[in-house]
Design a protein around this ligand. Structure first.
Ligand code: AHG
Ligand code: MN
Ligand code: MN
Ligand code: MN
Length: 333
């Protein structure tokens, strides 16, 4: 079998006219940062990288050491390459324009450096999520306003999962492609071409401890799944919740399912739990490119006009027929 590396894959994508050289090189830099994060994650207690960093981020969360390490790796890897105008991160309050020590390029990179960080200390899969936008033309001094583009404007999105193996999943809109890290060779190998999400599923993912706070349409939907064969759906459904969005979405890309972090009464003031710009949008682009759907319950995630860098939204994504049903229940309510 011919082993296609990420580098070969990206060059072939460029030859097909699906990306330009700058975007290809940016993807290479992100992949290199992902490898460095994978090394740190896998060393765990041996490298003293577990536990709290002793600081809080703009989200009001206590940062883990690996949140900070992954954020630093992504910034350092990306700031000198010349492809970016600015970056934004879950862990940093303000945007980070590329310093004048380096050339400025045309892209904006947004990332969740370590997703699922509550799972780090228990050795459960975590990941990195990223989104690429074009910096509006002529933006010599990028500002937060340049980032306020809907998810439909993303030119690329992806995530990595640091699990039993490290995988990198990418889309530039033309299908979803998965790569597995060959640790000995230090390269990503193209192992999962054209990943697709089946339209129907028997598996759902939601943090059910919030059930009493959910809105009526979500209570109705989940109640019907839990009723199984005896309920209106007339079949049984299984539940999974890793509490790392990357791992839950990766399972859905692999075998289907629906993932929900819906609006609830506790989070109403902040708009939801997950962050639009570096969690919901990139995952929505990937899920749609794989044939699935992604909604807040009321509108398509990719069409939301952002107003704030760290904006939060409700998220319902995965197998199309289930997502459409949840949206229908919201519209009927
Ligand atoms: P992060 O670790 O980047 O802050 O994201 C955590 C998110 C997401 O990965 C996951 O789906 C969700 O939080 C889990 O929330 P609960 O702890 O409420 O289950
Ligand atoms: Mn966090
Ligand atoms: Mn996250
Ligand atoms: Mn995170």
């Amino acid at each position: 079998m011919r082993r296609v590396t990420l580098t070969q894959f990206l060059i072939e994508q460029q030859r097909k006219g699906l990306m330009d050289a700058d975007l290809r090189l940016l993807m290479e830099v992100v992949a290199r940062a992902v490898k460095a994060i994978a090394v740190n994650v896998s060393k765990g207690a041996l490298a003293g990288v577990l536990g709290e960093a002793g600081s809080d981020n703009v989200q009001g969360e206590a940062q883990k050491k690996l949140d900070v390490i992954a954020n630093d790796i992504l910034i350092q890897a990306n700031e000198w390459g010349g492809h970016l105008a600015a970056m934004a991160s879950e862990e940093v309050e303000e945007i980070r324009p590329i310093s004048s020590d380096y050339p400025r390029g045309g892209f904006l990179l947004l990332f969740d450096p370590l997703d699922g960080s509550s799972n780090i200390d228990v050795n459960i899969s975590v990941g990195t999520i990223f989104s690429v936008l074009r910096c509006p033309e002529g933006s010599k001094a990028p500002t937060e306003a340049d980032f306020m583009q809907p998810g439909t404007a993303q030119v690329a999105a992806g995530y990595s999962v640091y699990g039993p193996s490290t995988q990198l999943i990418l889309t530039v809109g033309d299908g979803v492609h998965g790569f597995t890290l060959d640790r000995e060779m230090g390269s990503f190998i193209y192992t999962h071409p054209n990943m697709t999400i089946p339209e129907d599923t028997k598996e759902y993912a939601i943090n059910a401890s919030n059930a009493r706070y959910w809105e009526a349409p979500v209570q109705r939907y989940v109640g019907e799944l839990q009723a199984g064969k005896e309920g209106p759906r007339e079949r049984d459904f299984n539940m999974r919740w890793v509490a790392s969005m990357v791992a839950d979405v990766h399972r859905i890309l692999t075998r289907g399912g629906i993932f929900m972090y819906p609006m609830d009464s506790k989070m109403k003031a902040q708009g939801g739990k997950l962050r639009l710009m570096y969690e919901a949008n990139p995952m929505a682009m990937i899920v749609e490119a794989a044939g699935g759907a992604a909604s807040t319950g009321r509108e398509r995630i990719l069409e939301i006009q952002p107003t704030k860098l760290h904006q939060r939204v409700p998220v319902v994504l995965g197998s199309k027929n289930e997502v459409e049903r949840v949206v229908r229940y919201h519209l009927e309510a």
